[in-house]
Design a protein around this ligand. Sequence first.
Ligand SMILES: Cc1ncc(COP(=O)(O)O)c(C=O)c1O
Length: 313
Amino acid sequence: MNDVSLAPPDNARFAGGAAYARGGFVPMAEATISVLDWGFTRSDVTYDVVHVRHGGFFRLEDHLDRFSTSMRKRRLAPPEDRARMEEILHQCVALTGLRDAYVAMLCARGRPRVGGSRKLSDCDNHFMAYAIPWIDVLTPEVQERGGHLWIASVPRIPDASFDPTIKNYMWGDLTTGLMEAQDEGYDTVVLCDAAGLLTEGPGFNVFVVKDGRVSTPAHGSLGGITKKSVLELCAMEGIPAAVEDIPRALLEDADEVFLATTAGGVMPISRVGKRIMGNDRPGPLSSRLKDAYWRKHAEGWHSTPVRYELAMP
Ligand SMILES: Cc1ncc(COP(=O)(O)O)c(C=O)c1O
């Protein structure tokens, strides 16, 4: 476990978060992007998010691997190499002094040097990163009672149109789902594909539990690092688990459902659509996996200590 307790950096400038943009470190509010950047106008950008818990990054190598793959698939190549990106992530967290943080890295296409150009080679790709205080996709109170999950009427964009294993900001379908969920008074939403198979939701993978067996979709979703962790925990705990196609009917008939994401970990669901599961509280297997997830964090599982000394001048 990393137990360094350095005083927070001299300034309150970074209290709300620290960012790396255009080659320098700035307070969060100063991390901006041009309105002409394709990262904004075409969502031509990929990103990744890793969390810091108890002063250590969780599965940093896995996140950097996924980010590298996403950049390669989108032909994005910023000037910073992987070692430098890693150092920047450490420095962003170090500047904030945060022990628990949400840390994002992204690479955008950039603004074309030639106005109106459609040539990718006219853009200088650029890397940005930031560390901000911890974020939960579902608030701790909602996690405690179990989230209420709406099933969207809008289908998830097909894998053939955009590879969902590339982490992206093209959330049109997910946001439409959120509109429906919020109109109906639900906490969040999950989408099925056009064939009615379960995919994922805005910022998380989904798991269903049926007769003591855990499963999560094989397609239509990000290769989540939390999902990977949950599958490892299932193996450690002797819980049968599978990655497979999950028809909507199975979701609607599940004994338990839970969500998995870097921004909140394992988050139990107590209602799916109009259906109330169990006793309207988090189910036993979901709770067991949630506890195991955080217990392993406290033990330093897959943890890389943040180099807080990088905050010092
Ligand atoms: C669409 C989507 N699916 C799944 C996830 C979960 O991935 P991870 O566990 O790596 O955070 C995320 C994370 O933000 C996401 O945006």
